[in-house]
Ligand binder design. Structure first.
Ligand code: XLS
Ligand code: CA
Ligand code: CA
Length: 448
């Protein structure tokens, strides 16, 4: 990959290309486990993990929280002479960061890349300008777009929802934005397009026609899908489930809810899920639960790898660090067949008091190492086959005879009832949970 910042201002001076130095390295700016070209099974780590950087958190977030003003001063904003130049400089900073870190992908919202104009036409013009610059930088570096999306939640017009807004004019505004964002994604060769329905839900049912809003959401997604397909978008459409925040209830609550919605409205052929670990937690699920549910329903697609904090109920968007969790996640992902158009996006932000330029690098390095270590452990679990053997054995009474006939639907209910075995010991078979948990620990700690 070319060193992109050559010929531009360097925004992260003193930081070079991040390299793998192995688990014993004490260099905070080196990978310990992520070695992009290392083979794990049939693919390299780079091919398995398909890491992406989130444009909004990494180059837009400024450390603001509900209790305090910005703490992060971005040189790409402060050195600009006008608002558009700030977006151009931000793009340069972003591509310098991608190439130094060595990630292959990034993700953006329309409004991260370009400022909103006074009218939809002006907004489209701003976006088109920035897309052409992004295109040049993608070609120069080889960095690709994992997915694009539209920000349908920040502007005050969306306070009552976007596609589910009770006012038709707002729904049309949302369409103008999504149309332009799909065009941008197509032009940049994006492999996916995400719908995260931040404000598609309600604050109170007292003022809400829930059925009508869900119908509108489905209508909107169907039209957007048809537009994208008619204009050459061959990638995957994703819905990103989240149960709440900012709304009290969001219609894309969790994977199971989204799967039911997609089927009910005939959208299950084109849409898959982008599963965020933090959102799984807000829904009261484990990350692994959401991944396995998506795989079981045939809609696994992509991942936002950021975690929450188990002690609060917020979307804190922190970088992943827990190798136990990343191991179980990678196990689910590998078993689902791995990523095709999807990848691992760090929809994560550094903390309010992380104000050194190196902090953004170290955050990503930690997240990438956590997933690389998880990949290594998960691959060994699969290769050793102990878990698969145990689980297969646990269900083996359905492999032959009456169990098989039941599974295949070749048995009447009366017949099933008549086959009930006698005796007090029926069903007294240990689930061996503790043994399996101990075994996982050996794989996690045995990573090298
Ligand atoms: C917010 C979401 C958002 C989506 C993209 O909670 O995670 O960042 O990933 O709009
Ligand atoms: Ca989030
Ligand atoms: Ca997300």
């Amino acid at each position: 990959m070319a060193e992109y910042f050559v010929g531009h201002k360097e925004y992260f001076p003193g930081i070079g290309k991040i390299r793998c130095e192995g688990p014993k390295s004490d260099n905070p700016l080196a990978f310990k486990f992520y070695n992009p070209d290392r083979k794990v099974g049939q693919k390299t780590m780079r091919e398995h993990l398909r890491f992406a950087v989130a444009y909004w958190h990494s180059f837009g977030a400024d450390g603001t929280d509900p209790f305090g003003a910005a703490t992060h001063i971005h040189p790409w904003t402060s050195d600009a002479r006008n608002p558009m130049e700030a977006y151009e400089h931000k793009l340069d900073a972003a591509f310098e960061f991608f190439t130094k870190l060595g990630v292959d992908f990034y993700c953006f919202h329309d409004r991260d890349l370009a400022p909103e104009g006074q009218t939809p036409i002006e907004s489209e013009r701003n976006l088109a300008h920035m897309v052409s610059l992004a295109h040049e930088r993608q070609k120069a570096t080889g960095v690709r777009l994992l997915w694009g999306t539209a920000n349908l939640f920040s502007h005050p017009r969306y306070m009552n929802g976007a596609a589910t807004n009770p006012e038709f004019g707002v729904v049309a505004h949302a369409a103008a934005q999504v149309k332009a964002a799909i065009d941008a994604t197509i032009e940049l060769g994006g492999q996916g397009y995400v719908f995260w329905g931040g404000r598609e839900g309600y604050m109170s049912l007292l003022n809400t026609n829930l059925k009508r809003e869900k119908d509108h959401l489905a209508r909107f997604l169907t039209m957007a899908r048809d537009y994208g397909r008619a204009h050459g978008f061959k990638g995957t459409f994703y819905i990103e489930p989240k149960p709440m925040e900012p709304m009290k209830h969001q219609y894309d609550f969790d994977v199971e809810t989204v799967a039911g919605f997609l089927r009910a409205y005939g959208l299950d052929k084109d849409f898959r899920v982008n599963i965020e670990a933090n959102h799984a937690e807000l829904a009261g699920h484990d990350f692994q639960h959401e991944l396995e549910t998506a795989a079981a329903l045939g809609i696994f697609g992509s991942v936002d790898a950021n975690r929450g904090d188990p002690r609060n109920g917020w979307d804190t968007d922190q970088f992943p660090i827990n190798v136990y969790d990343t191991t179980l996640a990678m196990l689910a992902i590998l078993r689902a067949g791995g990523f095709t158009t999807g990848g691992l996006n760090f929809d994560a932000k550094i903390r309010r008091n992380s104000v050194d330029p190196a902090d953004l690098f170290e955050a990503h390095i930690g997240g990438m190492d956590a997933f690389a270590a998880g990949l290594l452990a998960a691959q060994r679990i699969i290769e050793d086959g102990k878990f698969d053997a145990f689980v297969s054995q646990r269900y083996s009474s359905f492999d032959t005879g009456d169990g098989k006939r039941f599974e295949d639907g070749r048995m009447k209910f009366e017949e099933l009832a008549a086959l009930a075995p006698a005796g007090p010991d029926v069903g007294r078979t240990s689930g061996k949970q503790e043994r399996l948990e101990n075994l996982i620990m050996q794989y996690v700690l045995g990573v090298e």
